[in-house]
Design a binder for this molecule. Structure first.
Ligand code: SR1
Ligand code: MG
Length: 406
């Protein structure tokens, strides 16, 4: 009998006992082993367990209610999905995801590699640090994990079995509501609108029926286009970085969906970092972000086209012109979902510190307006966004518009 035979929400002391029981092969120093809760996400508890002899590990533990709101209940099965996808991704993108030591369905906990020598990318970007390998690493991660899980590369019955095993209805519902509905019609009263932008949001989002129609189409694309096994929440809080390393973690929103959702999340979150750099006058950092956006789109396209020829198995996907059509549709989706992420993090329930910590009211007001203008351009003109430069152009156009409005 073990106290971990039945699920309960663990605290720091339980987590120490848990690690001692589950990882007995590590020579833990029982006199100094301790756990600290280091989680910063909206859903789970993350503990770092370490001792004074240099042993350490991370325990990610799912509660029955979400950290962001006790009213929101989500099945603890999300940790199973996360562990399984991390193992798949470790095969396709080795070195770019943390190593999983153990997953436990009873306690809904997952024990993984400690990445304390890395920094959470959102916080590193808020310190205006730059990462020369990021564009290369993230595009390798995306091309390898996404393309390899599509019908282009996989035997179709095997792919359908994966679609089934990664059905993630509760987490998808969060995205369907928080990303693809509530920012446009505050039906659940959960939006958080920065007061100086209240009228702007009313006009630009709540009263823009043409925009709402495009987002309605996107919502149904998100729910029905089982294109590839996505990370599903690929923002800079799901990425650890150091100068020579990138590790993508936290894929609990994983499901089979449109590839552009992952790529668009990366682009939008780079724009949030740019907002912060701009508000604090760091031009050099902002230029690195713009260069990185150009590189991410450029490298994604180049690597995707190259990998496609290497992994394609489906004869119809080898028909002349199909590869280019397929990539074009992913790029249009990327623009659309860049837009939806920009908007939902600006007015929705789950916001980003890059923007909310901008202390100067006028600067924050402008940053938010820029996000919304760029987003609308991306959504309404999705087919025009084919290169990273097109995003830079959209940012410039939004700056001019805001400047003219005074
Ligand atoms: C209720 S969860 C809010 C957000 O946090 C997660 O990281 C996802 O982005 C989700 O939309
Ligand atoms: Mg998360």
């Amino acid at each position: 009998m073990s106290k971990f035979d039945k699920y309960f929400l663990m605290d720091v002391n339980d987590v120490v006992d848990y690690v001692l029981e589950k990882l007995p092969n590590i020579p833990w120093d029982k006199a100094t082993i301790k756990a600290k809760e280091i989680g910063d996400g909206n859903l789970n508890y993350v503990f770092k367990v370490s001792d004074d002899k240099g042993n350490s590990t991370i325990v990610k533990h799912a509660g029955e209610t979400l950290r962001i709101s006790a009213d929101m209940k989500v099945s603890t099965d999300r940790n199973r999905i996360e562990s399984e996808i991390l193992q798949i991704q470790n095969k396709f993108a080795p070195g770019l995801v943390p190593e999983i030591y153990m997953y436990d369905t009873v306690m809904s906990a997952c024990i993984m590699e400690d990445l304390s020598d890395h920094q959470l990318m959102r916080y590193a970007l808020m310190e205006h640090k730059t990462f020369p390998k990021f564009a290369d690493d993230i595009t390798t991660y995306m091309v390898n994990t996404l393309l390899q899980t599509t019908d282009v590369a996989m035997e179709h019955k095997e792919k359908k079995a994966k679609v089934k095993s990664f059905i993630n209805p509760e987490l998808c519902e969060i995205t369907e509501d928080l990303v693809l509905m509530e920012p446009y019609m505050d039906v659940k009263g959960r939006n958080i609108v920065f007061e100086p932008n209240a009228e702007f949001v009313q006009r630009e989002l709540y009263e823009d029926e043409a925009l709402q129609l495009e987002v309605a189409k996107l919502k149904f694309d998100f729910m029905n286009n089982a294109q590839a096994l996505l990370h599903g929440d690929l923002h800079t809080g799901s990425i650890f970085v150091k100068q020579d390393s990138t590790k993508v973690f936290d894929p609990e929103f994983a499901f089979y969906g449109p590839i552009g959702y992952d790529v668009g999340n990366v682009i939008a979150n780079l724009i949030f970092a740019w907002d912060n750099g701009k508000a604090y006058g760091n031009e050099e950092f902002c230029n690195w972000i713009l260069k990185t956006i150009i590189e991410v789109i450029g490298m994604f396209k180049t690597k995707f086209l190259k990998a496609y020829d290497e992994v394609v198995t489906e004869p119809m996907a080898k028909v002349k012109g199909f590869k280019e059509w397929y990539l074009d549709s992913i790029l249009a989706d990327t623009a659309s979902y860049t837009g939806t992420e920009l908007i939902r993090r600006t007015v929705g329930m789950a916001q980003v510190k890059d923007v909310t910590t901008i202390a100067d009211v006028e600067m924050r007001k402008r940053a938010e307006r820029l996000n919304i203008y760029v987003a609308k351009d991306c959504i309404m003109n999705k087919c025009k966004f084919k290169t990273g430069e097109d995003y830079i152009e959209a940012i410039k156009k939004a700056i001019e518009k805001i400047h003219k409005e005074g």
